[in-house]
Design a protein around this ligand. Structure first.
Ligand code: NAD
Ligand code: UDP
Ligand code: UDP
Length: 323
């Protein structure tokens, strides 16, 4: 194998973020193995990679052991949308916990570096704003979001215990809300819901009074952050927030999408789901200092790309534009 070419495993590689990550790694010339059980992902996210000599896809569920030889592991396998993870909450927790154990066991045996796609959900409904990595969070352990939040928290625990006890080289990224082309139009996340509703002339479903906030990161920026974290020195374990600190209410998001699409969709109120976090914004001082990383794409610009993607998809052109 050429010097500098790594064997890289991406779990959850057929999903929204995973497929963009595979694109970048394949383009860099690495030998990429994508493992996915297609629970929420799709092979259509990988059409541009299937057949490439340095890309391989394997259908596999990470809750079962996996024996392959690799140099780096990006562990992204896990449903990420509240609508999806509530369909099978026990499988969601198993994916985070058993999946982490198996991938950490694999990293320990092979000596591979391993990056965990953790989440801002470890902060729960935060009482500290913006969220810094030192904050331990405010999570309801028995609520409908717990399968995801507590699964991801337990995965972080496993990562740090394997690091301390097994000397596994770990990287923990706490990813904040990310959007862009290849989001699943049916997975219920706010950006994809609002854009599809606006483009189809359907009512835009605002949950609660719409004053809750989120901070949205464009997928290209997010992937760059993950690559930099993986490339950082072994002392940089994280956890490290990767997200865009520009914060918006859901009303502001709806208004922006209506304006950008020129839609005449009305905005309708729907009940706020249980345990929905009131506010969320990353403090990214650590990412700036340790990775020299910060987002470059403003929300309006990223939405224009994302709207163009959904417009092509919904009008049957099946556009799979890259970020
Ligand atoms: P996604 O649902 O599009 O992708 C997840 C992928 O994991 C899918 O392809 C799915 O089929 C696969 N998967 C699920 N369970 C699996 C299992 N048991 N074995 C193998 N594959 C399995 O979601 P995404 O937005 O691309 O998220 C990717 C990762 O990033 C997730 O771990 C998620 O928790 C994390 N994350 C995402 C966001 C975001 O805003 N997109 C925010 C925080 C964290
Ligand atoms: N494992 C795996 N691939 C490997 C090595 C281990 O899937 O290449 C799994 C293994 O099945 C085990 C888990 O990872 O259940 C944890 O491995 P570890 O060596 O930490 O624990 P042990 O095998 O001692 O339980
Ligand atoms: N939301 C909304 N309408 C929708 C989907 C979501 O108002 O059609 C709200 C949701 O209640 C939450 C925010 O948008 O306050 C972000 O939801 P999403 O599911 O995208 O992400 P998460 O809650 O996991 O941050």
């Amino acid at each position: 194998m050429n010097k500098g070419v790594k064997r890289i495993l991406v779990t959850g590689g057929a999903g929204f973020l995973g497929s963009h990550l595979c694109d970048r790694l394949v383009a860099q010339g690495h030998d990429v193995l994508c493992v996915d059980n297609l629970f929420t992902g799709s092979k259509s996210n990988l059409v541009q990679l299937l057949g490439r000599h340095n890309f391989e896809y394997m259908r596999h569920d990470v809750t079962f052991p996996l024996y392959v030889e690799v140099d780096e592991i990006y562990n992204l396998a896990c449903p990420a949308s509240p609508l999806q993870y509530r369909i099978n909450p026990v499988q969601t927790t198993k994916t985070s916990v058993h999946g982490a154990i198996n991938m950490l066991g694999l990293a320990k045996r092979t000596g591979a570096k391993i990056l965990q796609a953790s989440t801002s959900e470890v902060y729960g409904d935060p009482e500290v704003h913006p969220q810094q990595e030192e904050y331990w969070g405010h999570v309801n352990p028995i609520g409908p979001r717990a399968c995801y939040d507590e699964g991801k928290r337990c995965a972080e625990t496993l990562f740090f215990d394997y690091h301390r006890e097994g000397r596994v080289r770990i990287k923990v990224a706490r990813i904040f809300n990310t959007y862009g082309p290849r989001m699943d139009p049916a997975d219920g996340r706010v950006v994809s819901n609002f854009i599809c509703q606006a483009l189809l002339g359907q009512p835009i479903t605002l949950y609660g009074d719409g004053t809750q906030t989120r901070s949205f990161c464009y997928v290209g920026d997010l992937i760059e952050g993950l690559l930099r974290l993986m490339a950082s020195d072994d002392r940089t374990t994280g956890p490290i927030n990767i997200g865009n600190p520009d914060e918006f209410t859901m009303v502001e998001l709806a208004d922006m999408i209506v304006a950008l699409t020129g839609s005449s969709s009305p905005i309708v109120m729907r009940p706020l789901p249980a345990d929905d976090p009131r506010q969320r914004r990353p403090d990214i001082a650590r990412a700036r200092a340790a990775l020299d990383w910060e987002p470059t794409v403003r929300l309006r610009e990223g939405l224009v790309h994302t709207i163009a993607y959904f417009d092509a998809l919904l009008s049957g052109a099946g556009g799979r534009s890259l970020p």
